[in-house]
Design a protein around this ligand. Structure first.
Ligand code: AMP
Length: 398
């Protein structure tokens, strides 16, 4: 069965076509800058690269162009769109409505529309993608995979903020957590690497990309995660601040005259590693700068790693015993520097890094701890698209 996975952003559509259950990637690409100058499509299919730069007005035109590209037999395409038998959508926020992947129905769409105020930047393009896909592929089963779903197993003690309870009851103010599809994927892979059932092990999974979150997983169930009501809470990120004193916002507003909306934007887009260094949100750039003696870059790396270390310690306490700590995401998979700094001095807590293996490990499934380490430390390349394809196949194929 051919499954098309779609991830709709405000001005882009990422897509990947899988042959399931073989998990074979048939095509992968993106249309971007929708409705802007320089809109374009890039697609890799059968070893063939397609790159088109042409006006693409909106998501509808974008998806139709994707279909034309995928069915272009001159470029090794699939010949007929009817071969695509199911579509999996990444959806950011499902609130408390869905704890699992679901088939998309009118009722599901209404529930997601009801959550737009919780994710005003992400859910509208996700919903638009669903609407367009239903039009372009009439009658084809559509499946929704939610970033928040995996964390719906968190107990109240993890997800409630200590603020007036009415905020939760009346306005759904609580911690939701994100990156759930990635945490779930690497947890399943970790269980396979350890050759143990996921239900019988405890894991800490650190998804460190431009956005970053860490999750405590007990027997396959998320029991705590660092992102909260929005993806701003938790670890230091590329441009997001992570945990701060909430009174900082009011104080900065008073001191600078900036509005809350402007400060919210700064905390999301101009903080984190970019804010600390004034240079870049890209970890490679910052590691290079630190290696050349740039003190701010070095300090930012220390702050990033120190806060990560504190979360690893906290989640170790939450779980009691940890079978494996997993690093994933662009930084987690590739940055031996961050892995080394955040685990320095952690051997007594159960995390003993093999420095030699750590130094050379990039984006592969590798054990990077010593044989003596109480918990295994793993690097696992995440694959959210494959997870979405698997869920979609499971639901739509049945
Ligand atoms: P993601 O959002 O998962 O694509 O991750 C993006 C982040 O991964 C960026 O900060 C990149 O700088 C970082 N990254 C990618 N490759 C490397 C590398 N070889 N070393 C350090 N960081 C990397």
């Amino acid at each position: 069965m051919k499954v098309l996975v779609i991830n709709c952003g405000s001005s882009s559509i990422k897509f990947e076509l899988f042959e399931m259950p073989r998990e074979k990637v048939l095509a992968k690409g993106i249309v971007e800058k929708l409705g802007e100058a320089g809109s374009r499509l890039r697609c890799r299919m059968n070893g063939h690269e397609t790159a088109l730069e042409q006006p693409i007005a909106d998501h509808d035109e974008g998806l139709r162009l994707i279909v034309r590209t995928l069915t272009d037999t001159g470029h090794g395409g699939i010949g007929d769109r009817r071969e695509i038998e199911a579509i999996g959508h990444r959806v950011v926020h499902a609130g408390e409505a869905f704890a699992h992947t679901v088939m998309i129905t009118d009722e599901v769409i209404r529930a997601l529309e009801d959550h737009v105020d919780l994710a005003p930047l992400h859910n509208p393009p996700n919903l638009l993608g669903i609407a367009v896909a239903r039009e372009v592929f009439p009658g084809v089963p559509q499946v929704g995979v939610f970033d928040t779903a995996f964390h719906q197993t968190m107990p109240k003690q993890s997800y409630l903020y200590p603020v007036p309870y009415e905020f939760y009851v009346e306005h759904r103010v609580r911690r939701y957590g994100f990156h759930g599809t990635s945490h779930r994927y690497v947890a399943e892979r970790a269980a396979e690497m350890l050759d143990r059932p996921l239900s019988g092990i405890n894991l800490i999974t650190a998804h460190l990309g431009n956005g970053a979150s860490i999750t405590a997983i007990e027997g396959g169930r998320s029991v705590d995660t660092s992102m909260g009501m929005t993806p701003l809470e938790g670890l230091v990120m590329g441009t997001r601040c992570g945990d701060i004193d909430p009174a900082l916002m009011v104080t900065v507003a008073r001191l600078t005259g900036k509005s809350m909306v402007e400060i919210d934007r700064i905390l999301n887009q101009e903080s984190g590693m970019l804010g600390l260094t004034g240079m870049s949100n890209d970890m490679r750039t910052l590691e290079d700068a630190a290696a050349k003696g740039n003190e701010r870059a070095d300090l930012a790396l220390d702050i990033y790693s120190y806060r990560l270390k504190k979360y690893i310690g906290a989640y170790t306490a939450v779980l009691g015993t940890v079978d494996a700590l997993v690093f994933t995401g662009g930084v987690g998979e590739n940055s031996d520097v961050v892995r080394r700094r955040c685990l320095s001095g952690m051997a007594p807590l159960g995390y003993d890094l093999d420095q030699r293996i750590n130094d050379r490990t990039r984006s592969s499934e590798t054990v990077i701890s010593t044989p003596e380490s109480r918990a295994k430390v793993l690097v696992i390349a995440t694959n959210e698209e494959l997870m979405i394809a698997k869920d979609t196949f499971e639901l739509a194929g049945a």
